[in-house]
Design a protein around this ligand. Structure first.
Ligand code: NI
Length: 189
């Protein structure tokens, strides 16, 4: 069911219950191979096509330690991005994380509602570290480090959890804070 555009293919996404989502993914040995480069461009096309913020390689049936995400600013859609404009006022352009390592910068936690392409239609309230240090490779194989805070840190933690077989419903602080997207948004207001 995937199709090819001028940028890459839109990939099928595994749904919760598929064993590929429960694996501890293996490291990427060489990010410059044509297979990995093609996967990166297909993952970018997949998040663009689905209008989502990020995706991890196991979600597209490749259990390797690779994540692609972005934070577009959508002023007309405050549900998706107005949580921490103090940190990333310009949004975050597409980022590729290869073999990422996360270290919390403090014990401070933040709660936020999360969804996932592998758990369609549902949202859950999840606690994450507010501030993290990230060490990772980019798509050119260059190692770099950065800090992320708030909503940006949340996305990175959510996506990197996929690399260890963890989905957001596994991390609900209160299982009652979990429900269908429309209902949650209706009653949040
Ligand atoms: Ni997800």
């Amino acid at each position: 069911m995937s199709y090819k555009s001028m940028f890459g293919k839109v990939l099928n996404v595994a749904l919760m219950g598929n064993p590929v989502l429960g694996k501890k993914c293996r490291p990427v040995l060489d990010p410059l191979t044509s297979e990995v480069q093609e996967l990166i461009s297909d993952m970018k096309e997949t998040i663009r096509h689905r209008g989502c913020l990020g995706i991890a390689a196991p979600q597209v049936f490749c259990p390797i330690r690779l994540v692609v995400y972005h934070i577009p600013i959508k002023v007309d859609d405050p549900e998706t991005y107005d949580l921490t404009p103090e940190y990333d006022p310009e949004g975050v352009p597409p980022q590729v994380l290869i073999n990422p390592e996360i270290t919390p910068l403090s014990d401070k936690m933040s709660e936020g509602w999360e969804g996932c392409q592998s758990v369609p239609g549902l949202l859950g309230l999840v606690e994450r570290y507010h501030s993290i240090h990230l060490k990772t490779m980019d798509e050119k194989g260059r190692i770099y480090e950065k800090e992320a805070h708030g909503f940006h840190a949340r996305i990175i933690q959510h996506e990197c959890d996929h690399l260890d077989g963890i989905l957001f419903p596994h991390k609900l602080k209160d299982p009652r804070m979990f429900g269908y997207y429309e209902e949650v948004l209706k009653y949040l207001k």
